[in-house]
Ligand binder design. Sequence first.
Ligand code: ZN
Length: 276
Amino acid sequence: MKSLRYVLCTCLVVLCSVTAQAKNEKEPDPTPIEKWKGKTILVFTPHPDDETFTSGGTLKILADNGNNIQIVIFTNDDKGSTDLEMTSERLARIRKAEEEAACKALGIPKENITWLGYEDGNLEYADPKVLRGKVARQIKIHRPDAVFSVDPGEKNERWHKTDHRMAAFITQDAFIAAEWHLYYPNHMLVENLKPYHVPLAFFYYSEDANTTVDVTDVFDAKIKACAAHVSQFEPSNSKYTPEMSKETYQGVYDWMAGFSKKGDRFYEQFRRVEWP
Ligand SMILES: [Zn+2]
């Protein structure tokens, strides 16, 4: 009987998830995302740069079209340096400034960046229930037309690094938590944040992409944004300098073009999933 009860409960959860508690405020927009205007886009990224490298061109197009883009960054990226004179505190400050410069190049104001402030490389050791609540809260605050996030798809589990894995799964889990006010009741009781149903997601770092965006016209801006993450490229990574040489800039361009270029056009790819 125990196992039967378990099966019934599981089915009930699935059924309830399909008939989500939160009313659909927004339906998935079938229009190609590069045509969107006046929408709200909520971007979750494990580190300050994953969204730049994977989605920067698409975000630039969306920003140019007058959409409201909000970036939520899980970690402060305070470990990614091989400079033996670097400290975590200093690196976190550098990474914050670099992310703000990258967002500026994409037309996203720094006021639209929310830092959750977790330590780099340690997201899987954070309290998952607290973390999911923070993500659900951001969803309820911004009520996005679409969310961008790391693809939690099964093929990706094999290669995700720790922060990417945790950010991918916790964000997906938060979609459900955001729909039901009793998961985090204080969101409504204290802050009057109503439940919200995410209608659409664009997953980056996907091995199952089903959506392609032509970013050729904004590719130079994307490279400028990528190159703003100076400390993540050599020689700055091993001996920090805020300057980037022309040769390194060209290297960033070549690296990015290597997996973006088809013929004479540049593309970004996503797995688009909708929940009407
Ligand atoms: Zn990352």
